[in-house]
Design a protein. Structure first.
Length: 220
């Protein structure tokens, strides 16, 4: 069939990742979680003693990292030089440090290059999600969606994801701080021209998946 790239951006806790993965399954498409790539570079820097404030060193790490990310929606797998880091990149230490990589423009350029190659190599269908997919990585995607949710809904979902290990106040501060730092380099709060905004605040998981699939059917 003809090529179909579904680009989905949004803030943390918008439900983006789980929704995008399920949409990919239903479309029998590949799936790319670009946030996992920023997380992997962050973990690699921490593990190898790269100073996250040293832009040139972070850029070199992004260039040199032997990073593999599964693009099957049914297999969540990230490896660095063959080591499985799928779970490690979700640790709170990585979440709180990742914006340092995301705001290093040289590292972004390298990850964007890799993401475009993964999208091009995925065959004819892929759902790719992150913060700058609709605007920078794949502005020519057939379908571009900004998945938003109210602050309240986002904090609630993040809390559920982390299983209540942190206090509400800590959690709220971490999510808001990270989005504020990320916003310095990417605008994922307002939809760019031609990008469909989908507010999931009052939708459950299944309703959000259906809403995205509806947009795909209308636009593609
Ligand atoms: O989506 P997730 O919360 O896992 O993303 C982790 C981090 O990666 C974000 O907080 C942001 O700093 C960075 N990111 C980015 N651009 C993307 C995807 C993620 O800057 N396309």
């Amino acid at each position: 069939g003809k090529s179909l790239v579904v680009a989905i951006d949004g803030p943390s806790g918008s439900g983006k990742s789980s929704v995008s993965r399920e949409v990919a399954r239903r479309l029998r498409a590949a799936y790319l979680d670009t946030g996992a790539m920023y997380r992997a570079v962050t973990l690699h820097c921490v593990a190898t003693g790269v100073d996250l404030h040293d832009g040139a060193a972070v850029e070199a790490a992004a260039r040199d990292i032997e990073l593999f990310i599964s693009t099957s929606p049914d297999l969540e797998s990230v490896t660095i030089a063959g080591d499985d880091v799928t779970a490690a990149i979700r640790e709170p230490e990585v979440s709180s440090a990742v914006s340092a990589v995301a705001t290093t423009m040289g590292a972004r350029a390298e990850l964007i290059r890799r993401q475009r190659a993964l999208i091009a190599g995925a065959g004819h269908r892929i759902v790719a999600e992150g913060r700058d997919i609709t605007t920078v990585v794949a502005p020519d995607a057939e379908v571009r969606i900004l998945l938003t949710a109210s602050e309240e809904a986002r904090l609630r979902r993040r809390g559920d994801q982390l299983g209540g290990t942190q206090t509400d106040a800590q959690l709220k501060q971490q999510v808001l701080d990270r989005d504020a730092r990320d916003s310095a380099v990417v605008n994922f709060h307002q939809a760019a021209d031609g990008v469909v905004t989908l507010d999931s605040s009052d939708l459950d998981f299944e309703q959000t998946v259906s809403a995205v699939l509806d947009v795909v059917r209308i636009v593609a």
